[in-house]
Ligand binder design. Structure first.
Ligand SMILES: NC(=O)c1ccc[n+]([C@@H]2O[C@H](COP(=O)([O-])OP(=O)(O)OC[C@H]3O[C@@H](n4cnc5c(N)ncnc54)[C@H](OP(=O)(O)O)[C@@H]3O)[C@@H](O)[C@H]2O)c1
Length: 305
């Protein structure tokens, strides 16, 4: 059986995905900036590579590359230097994967991306399916980042590889990512909507996201951009209300837009005060079933555990 490489395996999504793929007994090659921590975290994988080791690996042994690597968009304040790190980390990682595809075009590349591809809106603007990228308006940092990230995969397509672009929404899980931050003010009875609360959050539970990546992995006919978001996208106001209800806390204290901009700068504007409504059209048409579609039910389940 050809090997499956998972790049950025140590992250929120990668960690869960690697364990799922391991349960199915696939031969896994894990890639990160340092091999040692991967070896310690996932001793069961058949190989653990730094990026330079991965670049030198024989391409003929690989069947699929799942690339999730990139400096976290909420890990640090968006200084010009950190913005460059967010860009370079994604472009360099993708380029390494693409070069392996060019050496062996039978490799399938499943590359992370985000629904930022559809632009950013401060209210319930319109629904974006995968074919609607051209209808987006405006421009901002994250949208440009995603454009460059997706464009970086084009040479692999030209070489003849099948490339799937995972346009991921806001991933909800209590172990990390957006939800672990959003729930903090609620714990202290200080929760509420962000700004007007009209901006749309296209969320996806980590369980559904990983199941969807496995589904795409199992279906080589699925390629190009694929939205990985729950069909139950909803306003920030609704997220706050549902979260408060599930945590047994009020959701009455809105955090004003000016405060979010003052505290978080451009990151706050793009990630907190703006959003977009994406629909998982391709996955639904292909028969994928989301377990978590309703925000109330999802939070009730998550906070009861
Ligand atoms: N989580 C979300 O809500 C969300 C939403 C939309 C899109 N996405 C995208 O989906 C992918 C996976 O998300 P995630 O939440 O699992 O991300 P994550 O937890 O931040 O993990 C990403 C991985 O990227 C690697 N990495 C970090 N900084 C790097 C750098 N400077 N250079 C190269 N690699 C670096 C790390 O692996 P090593 O330390 O082993 O190198 C890390 O484990 C990311 O690319 C993210 O942009 C995520």
């Amino acid at each position: 059986m050809k090997k499956i490489a998972v790049c950025g395996a140590s992250g929120l999504v990668g960690s869960r995905l690697v364990r799922q793929l391991h349960q199915r007994s696939f031969p896994l090659v894990l890639v990160g900036r340092k091999a040692q921590p991967l070896q310690e975290k996932f001793p069961f994988a058949i190989a653990h590579y730094s990026w330079s080791e991965f670049a030198a690996t024989p391409a003929d042994d690989l069947g699929t590359i799942i690339n999730l690597a990139g400096a976290g968009v909420t890990d640090k304040a968006w200084s010009e230097a950190y913005k460059q790190i967010m860009i370079d980390s994604r472009l360099n990682a993708t380029q390494t994967c693409v070069e392996l595809c060019q050496k062996n075009p039978s490799i399938r590349l499943i590359n992370a991306s985000a629904i930022s591809a559809y632009g950013f809106y401060d209210d319930d603007h319109e629904v974006f399916a995968e074919a609607d990228t051209e209808r987006r308006t405006g421009t901002c940092f994250l949208q440009e980042l995603i454009d460059r990230w997706e464009q970086a995969t084009v040479p692999a397509v030209k070489a003849g590889s099948s490339v799937a672009l995972l346009r991921i929404g806001t991933v909800f899980d209590r172990q990390g990512g957006a939800l672990s931050t959003i729930e903090i003010p609620f714990r202290y009875f200080l929760g509420g909507r962000f700004g007007t609360g009209k901006q749309i959050m296209s969320w996806v539970s980590l369980e559904d996201l990983v199941a969807a990546i496995e589904f795409i992995f199992d279906r080589p006919d699925l390629n190009g951009p694929i939205n990985l978001v729950s069909p139950g996208a909803c306003s920030n106001r609704m997220v706050a209300r549902s979260l408060g209800k599930a945590m047994g806390r009020p959701s009455l204290i809105p955090i004003p837009a000016f405060l979010i901009r003052a505290m978080m700068g451009q990151m706050g504007q793009e990630l907190v005060l703006w959003g977009q409504r994406a629909s998982p059209s391709k996955l639904l048409a292909a028969g994928f079933v989301f377990q978590d579609q309703d925000i109330d039910a999802y939070f009730q389940k998550t906070f009861r555990r």
